[in-house]
Structures are given as structure tokens and as C-alpha cells.
Design a protein around this ligand. Structure first.
Ligand code: CAA
Length: 260
């Protein structure tokens, strides 16, 4: 497949998507969002892939939605087209998804990172939701996901002022899982992704589904859901393999049941 605004690599069970619009700090235009989703579709359908990583360039993960593409759009145009609905599909992915953020993750770039399951960032990362300075507001989930990630006080402050948050503060606030030197970011992100990809895809997807459920339902409902899918995983060959491998003191060998 020919890509224009992204690059796609697959290795060791990991799909690596690199946003590639250097001329615009990887601003998310329609083509980039479409290609990103096409690549994610391919990776989700590929049974050999257990984890996906989205990254950008050293200076910018992504500087937001493409302002030049949006500036003259009318309300009927964006409403009828349900503008950004395609971007939301990133959050609906079922396989684990890591954002590896270096440099700017602004507006839609920060929202894209927030749609991933966790964020690793470089020490030069800068996160912001600066839409307020453009006379708009975050439109790809920023007000909702940033608030869930770092709490109301900091989310309000960031969205109302548009200020940038650096890597250390992002880690202390719980926005990112770990901070690395910028030369190490991709190495560490791919290492984590490869480690994840070796696990049972069924348990990975169930863990992701269960944690995400915790944001939407009461504790009692979430616990019931977790318990039921814990029961269900005993129907998988991977549960038998994982537990037998432990008892037999050997590494477990997991592969998707559909490819057996
Ligand atoms: N959309 C379109 N083009 C963008 C862009 C964006 N979000 N961000 C940067 N660019 C373009 C610039 O227009 C410029 O292009 P030209 O060379 O053709 O002029 C090029 O990238 C380089 O940018 P700068 O000259 O501004 O570079 P800089 O080093 O001075 O600043 C920056 C870098 C801090 C990232 C700055 O470009 C910036 O603030 N960008 C916009 C950030 C922003 O407001 N993002 C939110 C967008 S709205 C949104 O995302 C809505 C939503 O909820 C989905």
C-alpha cells in the first residue's frame, strides 16, 4: 500500500505507525487521519500483530488538527460530515496501542495520544490543548480524556489557558506512563510493545476492554464485567498454555487460536 502522510512498519509482532507530515509538524489533516485508520485496520486484522505504536517526529508528535483545512468550514459542513468521527476510531481499537510522543503533542495531537492505551514520552515532550487560543475548544475528546487522565484542576487549567505541560509534569500528573531521553523513546516504546505482543492476544484484549469499562460503569458493574470475562478466558487455549507453562517451568508460547 502507498502511504503519503504516514509510514507503516511491522516487525516482531508490533505494528509501528509514524506520522509523516514534517512540513506541518504532523498536523492531522483528513488524509493523515484516513491513512492512520487504514493502517490500524490492517494491523488489527493481522493475527501476527499483538501491539501497535503510534509515533511522530523528534520535534513534533502532532501539532493538532490541521487549522488550514478547518478554517473556512461551515457548521453544516462539519455537522453533516460529523467532522472528526474518523479520528474517534483510534480509541475504538481492540489491540493495545502505545503513543510514543516526542516534541509537540498539541490539540488533536494530544488528543490522539490520549486515545492510545498509554503514553511514553521523550524529555522534550510538550502537551497542550491550545484550542481556546483559536476561539474553539478541543473536539477529539480532549476535555473528557484529559480530565479522566489528570483530574479536573489541571485539565481545566490547561484547557482554559492553553498552556503547555512538559514531560516531567506530565509523568507526575499521570498523563504519561514513563519519560525517556529522546534518543531512547522509540527503542523503549518498541521494547514494551514487543513484550506485550508476546502475550496472549485474548488476555491483552480482555484487559484493555476491562480497564476501559472502568471509565464508563459503576465499580459494581465493572467488577461483575471483569469477573465474567475472567471466567470466560478459561475457554481459551492460551489460559491452558500459560498456566501449564508455569507449572512445567518453561516459557509460555501463545498464538491466536484462529491461526492454530
Ligand atoms: N495546522 C496546520 N498547520 C500547522 C499546524 C496545525 N495545527 N501546526 C503547525 N502548522 C504549520 C505552520 O502553519 C507552518 O506552516 P508554513 O511553513 O506553511 O507557515 C509549519 O507548520 C511550521 O509551523 P510554525 O512556523 O508555526 O513553527 P514554530 O516552530 O514557530 O511553532 C508550533 C510550532 C508551536 C507547533 C506552532 O506551529 C503551533 O502553535 N501550531 C498550532 C498548534 C495548535 O493550535 N494546535 C491545535 C489545533 S486545533 C485542534 O487540534 C482542534 C481539535 O480539538 C481537534
Amino acid at each position: 500500500m502507498q502511504w503519503n502522510s504516514i509510514q507503516l512498519k511491522q516487525e516482531k509482532g508490533v505494528g509501528l505507525i509514524t506520522l509523516n507530515r514534517p512540513q506541518a509538524f504532523n498536523a492531522l489533516n483528513s488524509e493523515l487521519i484516513q491513512e492512520l485508520n487504514q493502517a490500524l485496520d490492517l494491523l488489527e486484522q493481522d493475527n501476527s500483530i499483538g501491539c501497535m505504536v503510534i509515533t511522530g517526529a523528534e520535534k513534533a508528535f502532532a501539532a493538532g488538527a490541521d487549522i488550514k483545512e478547518m478554517v473556512d468550514l461551515s457548521f453544516p459542513e462539519i455537522y453533516l460530515d460529523d467532522f472528526f468521527h474518523l479520528a474517534d476510531r483510534v480509541a475504538q481499537r481492540r489491540k493495545p496501542l502505545i503513543a510514543a510522543v516526542s516534541g509537540y503533542a498539541l490539540g488533536g495531537g494530544c488528543e490522539l495520544a490520549l486515545m492510545c492505551d498509554f503514553i511514553y514520552c521523550a524529555d522534550n515532550a510538550k502537551f497542550a490543548l491550545p484550542e481556546v487560543t483559536l476561539g474553539v475548544l478541543p473536539g477529539i475528546g480532549g476535555t473528557q480524556r484529559l480530565t479522566r487522565a489528570i483530574g479536573k484542576a489541571k485539565a481545566m487549567e490547561m484547557c482554559l489557558t492553553g498552556r503547555q505541560m512538559g514531560a516531567q509534569e506530565a509523568e507526575q500528573s499521570g498523563l504519561v506512563a514513563q519519560v525517556f531521553a529522546k534518543e531512547q523513546l522509540l527503542i523503549e516504546s518498541l521494547a514494551a510493545a514487543e513484550q506485550i505482543a508476546q502475550k496472549s492476544l485474548t488476555s491483552l484484549m480482555m484487559i484493555k476492554e476491562s480497564i476501559n469499562r472502568s471509565f464508563e460503569v459503576s465499580l459494581a458493574e465493572g467488577l461483575r464485567f471483569e469477573r465474567r470475562i475472567f471466567h470466560a478466558i478459561f475457554a481459551s487455549a492460551e489460559q491452558k498454555e500459560g498456566m501449564r507453562a508455569f507449572i512445567e517451568k518453561r516459557p509460555a508460547k501463545f498464538k491466536p487460536e484462529s491461526s492454530e
